[in-house]
Design a protein around this ligand. Structure first.
Ligand code: F6R
Length: 613
């Protein structure tokens, strides 16, 4: 979603800010803007559309001298919430005097009443945004101390924010603050960079400070002074970033999505490495705690997440029930806190999120903690809000995922969930022999995935046959049901083909009415207890003229024979097979989207991390 970059230091701010915005493009946005301090005034350039438009606009608005001399500024990519993605609604927004500029991620929920109050005092607003209201409010509170003005304004705000503020009257500082929307401060040598995401910082410094909720910082070129909103100093550690700048570049691939699909053998190896115990047939996941006894007392697993992470949770549900004999449930995170879930200390709540910033998942974590559950996270981004909020958890180690469509995060999530279920299972009825067998299968996941990636060209040829349909169905049973849902999500989000995932048995209860001659049905029919029944459902679709693409187990001629086209994936335990199966669907969707000429890495309307409810 929206992205923030701020810079104060020794080099020209505009280049750092535009470079930072480019690194945040992957998050999804529809307009962008930048504000610089030019002597004793604030100057702003904005553009709808891409950062490249903004760069062009800034170069035509501003003289080369200004580009060279301005060493402080703030910038933003906006994903529209209040008002369409026009230039006027883009950030930065100015206060009534024009001397204060603000960029903001999050939502000011009480902006209407604040705006009415300010309008009654004579303020005139140019945009439809909640952010402009906050800019005016800061201006209204400013009695000569920008820091105090921001504190006073934020005390009046209901909602979430990550902000950066500059003022022409205090040209030596940026004020930044957060509540519910991340802010990371990169500490360089004589320069400081603020961003909503470490990707914008990593090219400049590896030393970062993560703000906590309700922290506010006075940032200068040489210092970061952090307080709470009541002006009480707080101490935050400097952390070292683990990623390097190259990880956020395409590295010769046409798209980040393709790069990330290809990275999966490595990212899976990283997610699995050191976490399997091949003596005990179990797993070693430090984030789950060291006490088997504590884990044995848990009576239920509840997984929360959204989108792709929700689909990973659904595979996890099968794993926990099958391997660990424990009740396991999945709840869409947005629904979780509003339905007042019944939870207690023996419930094991796992919050699953690639970004660690998804607002609904974060809210679910807070609710589960409130109810006294044993809460942990399964997150990719180190130091993210959900990771810090849970305090306990397992990182995926998948590396930065830049493509909006999630790929490697899903396969790493499923792998880690399998290892978690294995550990819980070994504390219950799962025997050492069974555990050893599964542990070895988990260890082989990277090579299973590589075998599917090696079929890329063949999958591209199949994809070419499925370009012209505007609708597609994905079906599966058992753990392949969430794989079907994930396949449909991948196809719809990047190719804009309307794709729906269904439990294979559910088709007959309504959706089969939509099948016509040639309607694509993608059946995930790998070997496992439910395969024969899935093949029966495939026959029902064929009888109605559907064109069937099967994801089948290598050498399974019975399954191959009922498909019009098939992609075979290596034989594996039915839970493990979900991973190569989904990789086949990722590659299929990628090529369909590529051949349809879609943008792929930044699909329309989508954002990488959804930080609003
Ligand atoms: C789809 C996709 C989204 C995310 C969802 C949750 O490809 O990426 O559905 O999975 O927005 O995001 P995280 O995992 O960051 O909480």
């Amino acid at each position: 979603m929206c992205g923030i970059v701020g810079y104060i230091g020794k080099v020209n701010a505009a280049s750092v800010l535009i470079g930072g915005l480019k690194r945040l493009e992957y998050r999804g946005y529809d307009s962008a803007g930048i504000a610089l301090l030019d002597g004793d005034r604030v100057t702003v350039s904005k553009a709808s559309g891409k950062v490249a438009n903004l760069s062009e606009r800034a170069h035509s608005n501003w003289s080369p001298e200004l580009f060279q001399k301005a060493t402080i500024g703030i910038a933003h990519t906006r994903w529209a919430t209040h008002g369409p993605p026009t230039e006027v609604n883009a950030h930065p927004h100015l206060d009534g005097s024009g001397g204060i500029a603000l960029v903001h991620n999050g939502i000011i929920e009480n902006y209407r009443s604040l705006r009415a109050r300010l309008e009654a005092k004579g303020d005139v607003f140019l945009s439809e945004t909640d952010t402009e209201v906050l800019a005016h409010l800061i201006g209204d509170c400013d009695k000569g101390d920008l820091f105090q003005a921001v504190c006073d304004a934020l005390h009046q705000v209901v909602g979430t924010f990550g902000i950066a503020v500059i003022s022409s009257r205090e040209p030596d500082r940026i004020i930044t603050a957060r509540r519910g929307s991340p802010i990371v401060i990169g500490v360089g040598d004589g320069e400081t960079i603020i961003a909503s995401d470490a990707s914008a910082i990593v090219a400049h410094t590896q030393r970062v400070i993560y703000l906590d909720d309700n922290d506010i910082a006075i940032v200068t070129a040489d210092a970061v002074d952090i307080r709470d909103l009541d002006n009480v100093p707080v101490t935050r550690e400097i952390a070292e970033l683990e990623q390097d700048a190259a990880a956020t570049e395409k590295g010769g691939f046409d798209h980040f999505m393709l790069k990330e699909i290809h990275e999966q053998p490595d990212s899976l190896a990283n997610a699995i490495r050191g976490r399997l115990d091949l003596q005990l047939g179990s797993s070693v996941l430090a984030g789950m705690g060291s006490s088997q006894r504590e884990l044995a007392e848990l009576s239920r697993v509840v997984m929360v997440g959204c989108g792709t992470s929700l689909h990973a949770a659904m595979v996890g549900q099968y794993a926990f029930e099958d391997l660990a004999d424990i009740h396991a449930g999945v709840q869409q995170a947005a629904e979780f806190r509003y339905r007042n879930p019944i939870l207690g200390s023996r419930d094991f709540v796992i919050a699953i999120s690639q970004s660690g910033e998804t607002a609904d998942t974060l809210a679910a974590v807070k609710e589960a903690k409130q109810k006294g559950a044993f809460v942990m996270s399964l997150v990719n981004v180190v130091g993210s809000t959900i990771a810090r909020e849970t305090g306990r958890g397992v990182y995926l180690h998948a590396g930065p995922e830049i493509s909006v469509a999630s790929t490697k995060a899903f396969t790493c999530q499923v792998s880690v969930l399998l290892m978690m279920a294995l550990r819980l299972g070994r504390g219950r009825r799962y025997s050492r022999d069974e555990g050893l067998k599964l542990a070895r299968e988990i260890q082989s996941i990277p090579s299973l995935v590589q075998q599917v990636i090696d079929k890329g060209e063949m999958i591209a040829e199949i994809a070419a046959k499925y370009l012209d349909n505007e609708h597609a169905f994905f079906i599966g049973r058992g753990p392949m049901y969430p794989v079907a849902l994930e396949g449909a999500l991948k196809l719809k989000e990047i190719s804009y083909i309307h794709a729906e995932g269904y439990h294979a048995a559910e088709l007959k209860h309504g959706p089969i009415a939509l099948l016509q001659e040639g309607t694509p049905v993608i059946a995930v029919a790998c070997e496992g207890p439910a395969k024969d029944k899935t093949l029966g459902n495939v026959e029902e679709c064929r009888a109605r003229g559907a064109r069937i693409l099967g994801i089948v187990t290598e050498g399974d001629h019975e399954a191959e024979d009922v498909m019009d086209d098939f992609i075979s994936v290596p034989r594996a335990h039915p839970l493990v097979a979900t991973i190569p199966a989904v990789v086949a669907l990722q590659i299929f969707s990628y090529h369909v989207a590529r051949l349809r000429g879609c943008e792929i890495d930044q699909p329309r309307n989508l954002a990488k991390s959804v930080t609003v409810e």
